[in-house]
Design a protein around this ligand. Structure first.
Ligand code: ADP
Ligand code: MG
Length: 367
C-alpha cells in the first residue's frame, strides 16, 4: 500500500480547465472519497492518478516517489469501474488467478491468494462457475475480487456501484467499507452521491469546477462546511438557506429576514466581539433542526405557509414558504398539515450556520 500525494495538479483539455491546481495528501491505508457534481473533474483526477490521462502540470507521488512518468501498468494500481468485464471462457477461479499468473506467481501462491480473496468477498462457492452462469451482482463481486487479487499500491474506484438499484447499492456500500477495514488498502473512491461518500470514506474531498472546496471527515464536512456550496451539497434533504440582514434590537445582535427576527447562533459571539459581522448574511439550517409549532409561541416565532407535506414513513418532510423562501423540514413520522396552512417555526440557534452573503464563505464554526 502507498500514500498518494497530489501537488498542484492541473488538467486542461484545450480551453477546458477540468482540474485546477489540486493539492491533497492521502495517507497510506486511507479511504478517500472525491465528491462533487457531474463535470467537476473527479474522473480526470482519478485517471491522472492511474496514469491513464496525461498530467497538464503538477506532480503525483506514491509514497513520496514521483510517478508522473511511470506507465499505468507499472504503477500497480487496481481500478474498478461500473462495469467489470470477466473473461468468459475462464471459470471464476481462473478469472481471479489471471492477474497473478500474469505476474508469474507460483501455483501454490495463486491458490492461497485466490481462496483468501474469495473468502473475503464470500464467493468461494462460485469458484467453479463460468461467468455466464452468474447473476449481475455475482459478476460484480467477482470483478471486484479480480481487481483485488494483486494487492495494489492504490485501489481506485470511479462510481463503481452507481448503476445498481438502491437496495443493492446499500448492500454493496456496507460491503466495500468492510472490505477496506479488512484489507487496509489505500482507496480512492469517486462519486457524485453524497450519501455514498459520507458513508464510506475516512475523509471526503468535496470538488466543484475543478477545485477542491473542502477536505475533511464526514463529520467535519457535515457540521462545519466551509461555504454554501459544501453546505448545500452534503445532506438530504439539503440545508435550508435564508438571506438575512444584521440588525440590533435592544442592544442585541439579531438577524432580520423580511421583517422577521431570528436569533444569531451562540457561536457567532466571537464575530460580534471582533466587530466582524457583515451586513448581509445567509443563515443555514438543516431540515432536521427546525421545530414546528401549530400556534405562535415564545419559541415558535417564524411564520410559514405549508406548500406540501410528504409522508415518507420513517419521517415526514414538510415544505413551507417563509415569505418567499422555500424551506424543507424533517418532522415526526405522524406529522400532518394541509397546504396553505400557517405554521410557526423555531430554529435551534445552536444548529444554525452563518455565511457571508457576498462570498458564500462560512463565518462561524459550530463547537
Ligand atoms: P466528473 O468525473 O467529475 O464528472 P470529468 O473529470 O469527467 O468530471 O470532466 C471534467 C470536465 O472536463 C468536464 O467539463 C468535461 O466535459 C471535461 N472533459 C472530460 N474529459 C474530456 C476530454 N477527453 N476532452 C475534453 N473535455 C473533457
Ligand atoms: Mg466521472
Amino acid at each position: 500500500m502507498a500514500s498518494v500525494t497530489l501537488e498542484k495538479l492541473w488538467k486542461k483539455y484545450g480551453d477546458v480547465e477540468a482540474v485546477c491546481e489540486i493539492s491533497l495528501d492521502i495517507a497510506d491505508g486511507e479511504f478517500m472519497s472525491f465528491l462533487g457534481p457531474s463535470g467537476c473533474g473527479k474522473s480526470s483526477t482519478m485517471r491522472m492518478i492511474a496514469g491513464l490521462e496525461e498530467i497538464t502540470s503538477g506532480n503525483i507521488y506514491f509514497d513520496g516517489e514521483l510517478v508522473n512518468k511511470v506507465r499505468p501498468r507499472d504503477r500497480n494500481v487496481a481500478m474498478a469501474f461500473e462495469t467489470y468485464a470477466l473473461y468468459p471462457t475462464l471459470n471464476v477461479y481462473e478469472n481471479l488467478a489471471f492477474p497473478l499468473r500474469a505476474a508469474k506467481w507460483s501455483n501454490a501462491d495463486v491458490d492461497k491468494r485466490v481462496r483468501e480473496i474469495a473468502g473475503i468477498l464470500e464467493i468461494t462457492d462460485l469458484l467453479d462457475r463460468m461467468p455466464a452462469h452468474l447473476s449481475g451482482g455475482q459478476q460484480q463481486s467477482v470483478g471486484l475480487a479480480r481487481a483485488l487479487t494483486r494487492a495494489p499500491r492504490v485501489f481506485l474506484m470511479d462510481e463503481p456501484i452507481s448503476h445498481l438499484d438502491t437496495r443493492q447499492r446499500g448492500r454493496m456500500r456496507a460491503y466495500l467499507k468492510r472490505l477496506h477495514i479488512e484489507l487496509g488498502y489505500t482507496m480512492i473512491y469517486v462519486t457524485h452521491d453524497q450519501e455514498e461518500a459520507m458513508a464510506l470514506a475516512d475523509r471526503v474531498a468535496v470538488m466543484d469546477l475543478g477545485l477542491i472546496r473542502q477536505v475533511g471527515t464526514p463529520d467535519e464536512i457535515f457540521h462545519n462546511p466551509v461555504d454554501t456550496f459544501v453546505a448545500g451539497f452534503v445532506g438530504e434533504p439539503p440545508m435550508n438557506f435564508l438571506e438575512c440582514e444584521h440588525s440590533q434590537e435592544e442592544g442585541r445582535h439579531v438577524l432580520r429576514h423580511n421583517g422577521i427576527t431570528i436569533e444569531m447562533p451562540p457561536h457567532s459571539e466571537a464575530l460580534a466581539q471582533r466587530g466582524a459581522i457583515p451586513q448581509r448574511m445567509i443563515l443555514g439550517i438543516r431540515p432536521f433542526y427546525i421545530d414546528i409549532g401549530l400556534e405562535k409561541s415564545a419559541r415558535h416565532t417564524i411564520p410559514a405557509e405549508v406548500f406540501v407535506v410528504e409522508p415518507l414513513g420513517d419521517m415526514t418532510v414538510v415544505s413551507v414558504d417563509v415569505i418567499e423562501t422555500r424551506l424543507q423540514i424533517v418532522a415526526e413520522p405522524d406529522f400532518r398539515a394541509q397546504p396553505m396552512q400557517t405554521l410557526w417555526l423555531a430554529f435551534d440557534p445552536a444548529r444554525t450556520l452563518l455565511f457571508d452573503a457576498e462570498t458564500g464563505g462560512a463565518l462561524t464554526n459550530q463547537a
